[in-house]
Design a protein around this ligand. Structure first.
Ligand SMILES: [Mg+2]
Length: 229
């Protein structure tokens, strides 16, 4: 039997919430770009460079991804440029027209801004990737601050990341809501002691919603726009 959550009445007391910590890719921006980039475009270029079929290229690439997934290297443009022999930064720049917001997110951000809460993007994106995405979306106009985990030396999946973030931003965990589409990241935030960590279940508009094992989950931030007024 499917258990559905009553998302119109989330167990978060919004009046007490003064800080929103927002993941970028898959939470604010459509992960369709990243999935296309890493699972289609990069394997194709990689295969062409080595004379491999698409299937063999994808299998080789996925094996390389699996070795570093969840670590800072996984998110590092320099690592993949070196590892794959492709100019990842340049490729991202060429494909930048495909970068876009998830449906309803601009409205969510406008309402969140009007509510006078502090908005901070907390991303694993490498600074070069971040720069391309900000140039394309002007996402920075909606937020007070942006933290890339690369500044801290630890990915969001790592327990070491969270005390460093709290020290940097001086947020109160009880008055803060954190949003992310990655369950390992959500679990790290909960383990650290952030009581309100919300999973985004539909980070890629080309894919259906995913199942979530965490307590708080929504398909999209758009569902919460009425709550944050
Ligand atoms: Mg994400």
């Amino acid at each position: 039997m499917m258990v559905t959550m009553d998302i119109t009445n989330p167990p978060i007391r919004w009046k007490q919430i003064d800080t929103l910590l927002l993941d970028m890719d898959g939470t604010l921006l459509d992960l369709a770009f990243d999935n296309f980039f890493w699972l289609e475009l990069v394997p194709t270029y990689y295969g062409k460079l080595r004379g491999l079929s698409d299937e063999v290229a994808l299998a080789e690439i996925e094996a390389r991804y699996a070795q570093v997934r969840g670590s800072l290297k996984w998110y590092c443009v320099d690592h993949w440029t070196q590892e794959l022999g492709l100019n990842i930064s340049e490729l991202k720049h060429e494909m930048r027209h495909m970068i876009g917001y998830l449906p309803g997110v601009v409205q969510f951000l406008r309402v969140a801004r009007l509510s006078k809460r502090r908005l901070v993007i907390v991303t694993n994106a490498h600074p070069e990737t971040l720069a391309v995405k900000l140039r394309q979306t002007h996402l920075d106009r909606f937020v007070d601050d942006i933290v890339s985990s690369h500044e801290t030396g630890h990915a969001k999946e790592a327990p070491e990341f969270w005390p460093l973030l709290e020290r940097k931003l001086a947020f109160k965990p009880g008055n803060t809501v954190f949003f992310d589409d990655s369950e390992p990241v959500i679990e790290a935030a909960l383990a650290y002691g952030l009581p309100h960590a919300v999973t985004i279940r539909r980070p890629d508009t080309r894919q259906p919603s995913r199942d979530s094992t965490t307590e708080l989950a929504v398909d999209s931030l758009a569902e919460l726009t009425p709550d944050i007024r």
